[in-house]
Design a protein around this ligand. Sequence first.
Ligand SMILES: [Mg+2]
Length: 350
Amino acid sequence: MNQRYVTGCIYGLALGDAWGRITEFVKYEDITPDMLILPPFLQVTDDTQMSLYALAATRELLNEHPDWVQSLPDTRSANQIRCFYADQFLGYFHDPDNTFDRAPGRTVIGALRAWDLLRKAPNRENLPELTGLEGAQGSGSKGCGTIMRSPWMGLLNIDEGALVTLAILQSQTTHDHPYADWAAAAAALLVRRIMAAHGGAPQGDLFTQEWWSEAGYEAGVDALELGRPYYLDFTPELEAELLKFLAAGANEIQDPQAYDRYLNNDISQALGQGWIAEECYRTAWVAAGLYGGNPEQALRVLVNTTGDSDSLAAVGGAFVGAAYGLDELLPQILGTFEPRYEKTLSNFTI
Ligand SMILES: [Mg+2]
């Protein structure tokens, strides 16, 4: 992987998260011009925190238990992998920096609290073997907590099938809807394809609107196909609806009027507010496709929304950062994150 774009993806997500934090719970009409200026001091939220945990967990999993990944789609391996992720996410649950002002998602916290209790249950050895689904089961949630933490997984050097699978399995530890799992897989796969594109073609106008339109759509379709053995309850109706939803995003990127449309309008109103996972994917992807050549503009359009601004901008930031690198993103953000995260982000290599 080209380190310049790895760094871009890492900082792009963290920047989008920290900038979008300012407008996360502010309606479009109440957003003031000062909120749309790059903040001088960047405080991350649960999006960056969980991304760090998800990436660390995936790396550790690949190092310590490659046999589990190789034995997939064996059910026992899938269960072991989910339990591993759920246990690693307890690190986030108990992290002293997981504070209310970072607006941690209710679905994630609820699922991890349930998992924590289950892990501490007396006579654990007499209970049935865990699947890793227990914390989330029954919530029916497709909140964007699954996708906001998955883009960096696309930076890891594993094949696309394994990438999609792990993105789905990590999602299932906290959420309980196939769209939540799918969105996590699609975002990781799109990052992977952006990174792969750097290898094959000259730079410059590589990432055209047409490229983004097709790549985002195909990542969505392929995440569906590659992950088929792992999705739970994906009905033909849900699948058909999703393909229509994706096609509308692809068309929007190729609409010649769309660029101007969202410069002074709320993109989340038209494409989806992003509190739910599939909308988070589509709105972030469309903004990257329309404004990616100017990453700051792409982020500002996502920050300037009624929707879940920090998650939209985090995911969109990962996409444009991976495509254009830190130099074109906003290199002046280096050194402006709070110390703990500045240190972690700057030490990042794949
Ligand atoms: Mg957040």
